[in-house]
Structures are given as structure tokens and as C-alpha cells.
Write a protein that binds this ligand. Structure first.
Ligand SMILES: Nc1ncnc2c1ncn2[C@@H]1O[C@H](COP(=O)(O)OP(=O)(O)OP(=O)(O)O)[C@@H](O)[C@H]1O
Ligand SMILES: [Mg+2]
Ligand SMILES: [Zn+2]
Length: 226
């Protein structure tokens, strides 16, 4: 969830710096503010609101694929309802790419939802689980970020995260709804260990599109400044 005060502050900043009206308020900055509101509602982290895939300086091959095969075909992607699995080391731009997809989807009129796996599972075991399950099921485009091996390593966390994650995957794939997952794993089989491996393997074979994002940690090499 994005803090409301933060969202309002960003909107005020956009209006104040609007090159068209200089802070009075006009159609241009209002439209931008409405997009800000949509990104906040979708749960896209604030740091990614203003990061533009046009300024991507990571893996060029991946960006080419993302722009031409995914962002350029959102209608087909939506119809096919596959699970895009973005894998790669820390700081290579997985979250940036996933948020870029949600932003494009919002601009194209789709609904979108971003969550980390930890936040999703927190919500799924809370009192609001019923309502949250609807969001996960109904969002046109869903991102589940930080699907880390650490959640599937020990038997205790595996029981909790494995069960909940499998339920999310099934809810999405049953209705052929697209989803993006981001992981630090080098191979999806490394994420899903133990008793979940077999069922994940079959979902993987049927629904996954897997992309490795290469490159160095941008946060270290550029201080995260895009
Ligand atoms: N290719 C890129 N071009 C421009 N900025 C980038 C690029 N990749 C990452 N960044 C910026 O660098 C920072 C790290 O990227 P990001 O958070 O997307 O990495 P990540 O792969 O999700 O890392 P982690 O595995 O730690 O979650 C962010 O502030 C992001 O906006
Ligand atoms: Mg990330
Ligand atoms: Zn304006």
C-alpha cells in the first residue's frame, strides 16, 4: 500500500512544476496526476513511478525483447495469460521492468496490481484475505516481486509461502490471466524446492515464459540513480 500523503505530495509537486501551467492546474498536469493515482492504487512503489524504460541502461537484449515482444503486444499477452518469470541478480532492473509493464498496462486501460511475495502472503493470512484474494484474481496484470529462494528453503517457510504462492499461480493460470514474477534465482527449479517441485514443474512447463536479466548491480555502479 502506498502512503496517501506521499501520493498527494507527488501530485502537488507535478502540478507546481508543470511546464504548461506553472502550478495553476491544467489538463496536462491533471492527466499526469490521475496516472499517479492509478499507479498508487496499483501498489507500484513510488521509486518506480518516475523511472522510464526509455532510459534503461541494463541488458540491451532483454530490453529489446521486452519492448518488441511484450509491451508492444499487450493485447496478445493478456489473451494468452502466461506467467513471465524474470530472473537475475540483485539490482539488474527486474523490478523496474515489471513496474514498466504495469505502467504500460495502466496506460492501455488495464487494471494492475504490484505486490512482493511477503506482502501478498501477509495479506492472504490476514482478516482481509477474502478481499485480497479478489484483487490477486481480478487484476488484469499482476506482478509478484521478490519470489526468493529463501522462502522455499526451510520446511516452515515452505509450507506457508509454497502453499500461498501455488494458490496464486493456480488462480491466475486457471483464468489465463497474465502475471509477472521476479526472482533472484538462476533457474526457476531452484526456487521451488521440496514437495512443491512437481506441481510447480507442471505449471512451469505449461505457462511460464522465462527471461534472464543480465548485467551488473545498477544500484552499486550508478548509486541507483537512473
Ligand atoms: N537497466 C536500468 N536502467 C535504468 N535504471 C535501472 C536499471 N536497472 C535498474 N535501475 C535502477 O536501479 C535500481 C535497481 O533496479 P531494480 O530495483 O529494478 O533491480 P532488481 O533487479 O529488482 O533488484 P533486486 O533483486 O534487488 O530486487 C532501481 O533504482 C532502478 O530504477
Ligand atoms: Mg527488485
Ligand atoms: Zn499544468
Amino acid at each position: 500500500m502506498i502512503p496517501q500523503r506521499k501520493t498527494e505530495a507527488e501530485k502537488a509537486r507535478i502540478i507546481a512544476n508543470c511546464p504548461k501551467c506553472g502550478g495553476v492546474g491544467c489538463a496536462i498536469c491533471q492527466r499526469y496526476c490521475s496516472f499517479i493515482g492509478d499507479m498508487a492504487d496499483a501498489g507500484i512503489p513510488v521509486d518506480y513511478w518516475f523511472r522510464d524504460l526509455g532510459k534503461w541502461y541494463g541488458d540491451p537484449e532483454f530490453l529489446d525483447w521486452l519492448v518488441s515482444s511484450y509491451l508492444g503486444n499487450l493485447g496478445t499477452i493478456y489473451a494468452e495469460g502466461k506467467i513471465l518469470c524474470l530472473m537475475g541478480h540483485r539490482g539488474v532492473g527486474k523490478t523496474m521492468a515489471a513496474c514498466g509493464i504495469l505502467k504500460k498496462a495502466i496506460l492501455a486501460g488495464y487494471s494492475a496490481h504490484y505486490t512482493s511475495l511477503v506482502d501478498a502472503v501477509d495479506n492472504l493470512v490476514s482478516e482481509e484475505a477474502h478481499e485480497y484474494r479478489r484483487i490477486l484474481r481480478l487484476a488484469d496484470f499482476l506482478v509478484v516481486d521478490e519470489v526468493d529462494q529463501r522462502f522455499f528453503g526451510s520446511p516452515n517457510s515452505r509450507a506457508l509461502y509454497g502453499n500461498q504462492f501455488e494458490a496464486i499461480l493456480r488462480a491466475r493460470t486457471q483464468n489465463r490471466m497474465p502475471m509477472v514474477i521476479c526472482s533472484n534465482a538462476g533457474d526457476p527449479d531452484d526456487i521451488f524446492a521440496g514437495e512443491f517441485q512437481e506441481s510447480f514443474r507442471s505449471l512451469r512447463a505449461q505457462f511460464f515464459v522465462e527471461k534472464v536479466v543480465r548485467g551488473e548491480d545498477v544500484r552499486r555502479s550508478r548509486g541507483g540513480d537512473a
